[in-house]
Design a protein around this ligand. Structure first.
Ligand code: ZN
Length: 332
């Protein structure tokens, strides 16, 4: 975005987009919290006295630099909370993922940051985002170290393409049942209409938190992508309210239970010969019938196995070796 339009943004949003936590950090510090700024774009606020019963909540936004809506939402949430700091009832880490990509209005610098959270990065290893992921991984480990068992990670995104369910979330299957149930109930409260259970990591930040730190973690798609300062924040209002309640420890109930989907198959791009039957503009949750060809890749043919499967995140343009889409089926 241009320098002129950046300067017209509300101060709280501008500060967060610049990874400047100065003012909010000072407010929490003055209220007696342990405040740390372990790296650019990362703030952690912990209670002065360690308490295993206290939940820890990691909130990440801007992992994709062009998904600005959640950055605005988080900026307002943090600003409001910092004005009544004693209301903070959890240990909180806020991570603005791709600060450098946000600064230049791009999705990423070299490669998708949300594919870097894995031990083997292959040809992604030398990218700018691999270094950023290492920084985030270290800060995440430090944040969860020594905290109690109630660990949350909400990684907030907005989608590029349309979706039959505009608000949906990916939840790692490996999260312990009780925590998973609580997480899905909260997602319903936040206005999430559909939840996809994911059995295997695609290198995402939320899966990393679930796998490495036992977090109740989710990649949450909150609606359509927009320009910083011009997002329709009304589409995030339920999520903003649910988040405010979570951070303040307010007992929450209500919300509509999301529809639950299982991952039927993950479509991996094996070679440059990969051809998908539809493009990346295809709506999420578009239904396909049994036998329909999803993609071909040399001798490999991906077809629909169940009576009906829905395609999510179709993207034939990913790098070889990465996930080009997920096929999901209704559980209930
Ligand atoms: Zn995203």
């Amino acid at each position: 975005m241009s320098a002129a339009s950046f300067n017209t943004l509300p101060e709280a949003v501008r500060a967060l987009a610049r990874a400047d936590f100065g003012e909010v950090a000072a407010r929490f510090e003055q209220a007696g919290f342990r405040v740390r700024l372990p790296a650019k774009g990362i703030l952690s606020v912990k209670s002065a006295v360690s308490d295993a019963a206290r939940a820890s909540v990691l909130l990440s936004v801007g992992v994709h630099g062009d998904e600005t809506g959640p950055i605005e939402m988080a900026a307002y949430a943090l600003d409001a909370l910092s004005r009544t700091p004693d209301a903070l009832a959890v240990d909180l880490m806020l991570c603005v993922g791709s600060v450098d990509a946000i600064a230049v209005g791009k999705r990423f610098i070299d490669a998708d940051l949300n594919r870097m959270f894995r031990l083997q990065r292959g040809d992604l290893a030398g990218t700018f985002e691999a270094g950023r992921a290492d920084t985030i991984i270290a800060a995440t480990r430090d944040f969860f170290e020594g905290t109690g068992p109630r660990r949350w990670h909400l990684d907030l995104h907005t989608a590029i393409r349309g979706s039959r369910y505009p608000k949906f979330a990916i939840v790692p299957q490996l999260i312990a049942e009780e925590a998973r149930t609580e997480l899905i109930a909260w997602l319903g409260l936040a206005g999430i209409e559909a939840v996809i259970m994911n059995p295997a990591s695609a290198g995402t930040y939320s899966y990393w938190s679930a796998e490495q730190h036992g977090g109740a973690a989710s990649t949450v798609e909150l609606g359509r992508i927009g320009t910083l300062g011009q997002n329709d924040l009304s589409q995030f209002s339920e999520a903003a309210d649910a988040l405010a309640g979570l951070l303040r420890g307010v007992p929450q109930s209500g919300g509509k239970a999301p529809l639950v989907f299982d991952t039927a198959q993950s479509i991996t791009k094996l070679s440059d010969g990969f051809r998908m039957s539809f493009g990346r503009e295809t709506e999420n949750f578009t239904p396909l019938k049994k036998g329909d060809v999803i993609a071909t890749d040399g001798a490999t043919v991906y077809t629909v196995q169940h009576d009906e499967e829905y395609v999510v995140f179709p993207n034939p343009d990913v790098r070889v070796g990465l996930r080009a889409g997920i096929m999901v089926v209704r559980v209930d």
